[in-house]
Design a protein around this ligand. Structure first.
Ligand SMILES: NC(=O)c1ccc[n+]([C@@H]2O[C@H](COP(=O)([O-])OP(=O)(O)OC[C@H]3O[C@@H](n4cnc5c(N)ncnc54)[C@H](O)[C@@H]3O)[C@@H](O)[C@H]2O)c1
Length: 309
């Protein structure tokens, strides 16, 4: 990819900080807009120009967007449970603030955006692996905000020529996932085991999931950055793993096994989520390169270095 100037919203978060690192390593000029509502200053790459601000702040955005080729839009509220408790704030941040960003882009003449969407747009799948054309029936406000913004991007393409690619991530894992409160299984389990506590599962760990390493997700952003038009792709490994087998992999890497606590049913949890990733492979030749074992080794190492008591 030729050297570009890229604005990463949410670049101080888990996935955003991994993307910023890759972009800076590749020699791109990077700007970050993040209000640190869920991100961390320690994740801000010192090679990037950092604006501590909300994407809703027109003044900052007007400055941060000057000369930008592409926006990678990761900033969002992304804790599903909170979106059920407070749907208005999720709609405000993930939809309305996103539109403010699009309006700032129009003012600045920036015509390309890569958007972090989610597998949650599908709801309970009718079949797996899930293709992009699968019916969209989000089961919580969070998924609905992601689907709404995809639709808004489609309208901005047809109405204003803003080109976009929405990437529907399945389950991301990897270093720098310090989400607070921790809701994702991988960091929860690694921290529980390192602290000598039994890891907790739901549904006896029988849910089928698609785990994709964060550095592969970052590569996918580079792969689609040159695409024209309006596009939507799944980002996953293309392979399902039962949650209980994922836990066994972590036990294996940590070299210890403890008892497991089963918390039983968790309503609203799809039974099976596995991505069909053939569309993005066909379009830009992207597919994940890091095996679950290697990705998990790196992830466990991160938590050992940063969290072991
Ligand atoms: N982690 C996953 O498994 C996963 C799966 C599907 C989709 N996604 C999406 O990917 C994106 C990144 O997820 P993540 O896991 O890195 O989350 P994260 O919470 O670590 O990162 C989001 C970042 O956005 C920032 N932010 C939130 N609202 C903002 C605003 N109004 N203005 C500026 N900054 C703001 C936060 O401070 C945070 O640094 C999100 O859009 C999320 O919905 C994540």
């Amino acid at each position: 990819m030729i050297k570009k100037t890229i604005l990463v919203t949410g670049g101080a978060g888990f996935i955003g900080s991994n993307i910023v690192k890759l972009l800076c390593d590749d020699g791109h000029s990077v700007r970050i807009v993040d209000d640190l509502s869920f991100g961390f200053e320690k994740f801000v790459d010192n090679r990037a120009k950092f604006y501590k601000a909300s994407i809703a702040n027109d003044k900052v955005l007007d400055e941060a967007l000057v000369g930008v080729d592409t926006v990678f839009h990761l900033a969002a509220s992304s804790i599903i449970k909170y979106s059920i408790e407070n749907p208005m704030s999720y709609i405000e941040n993930n939809v309305l603030n996103g539109v403010k960003l699009l309006e700032s882009m129009r003012r600045a003449g920036v015509k390309k955006i890569i958007f972090s969407s989610s597998a949650s747009v599908y709801g309970e799948p009718e079949e797996i692996p899930i293709k992009e054309s699968h019916p969209k029936k989000p089961m919580q406000p969070y998924g609905a905000t992601k689907l709404s913004f995809e639709n808004i991007l489609q309208a901005y393409y047809h109405s204003f020529g803003v080109e976009s690619t929405s990437l529907r991530y399945f389950n991301a894992y990897g270093p720098s996932d310090e989400q607070q409160p921790v809701t994702r299984a991988v960091p929860t389990w690694i921290k529980q085991i390192l602290n000598g506590e039994p890891p907790t599962v739901y549904w006896s760990g029988n849910q089928l999931r698609d785990y994709v390493f964060v550095k592969d997700i970052a590569q996918a952003h580079l792969a689609v950055a040159e695409l024209d038009g309006w596009n939507v792709f799944n980002i996953g490994s293309g392979t399902g793993i039962l949650m209980r087998d994922l836990l066994q992999e972590i036990f294996l890497i940590l070299g210890m096994e403890t008892k497991i606590i089963d918390r039983g049913e968790r309503p609203g949890d799809p039974e099976r989520l596995v991505a069909d990733i053939s569309a993005i492979y066909k379009a830009v030749n992207w597919r994940p390169e890091v095996s679950l074992h290697d990705g998990m080794l790196e992830t466990v190492r991160y938590y050992k270095e940063n969290f072991q008591k």
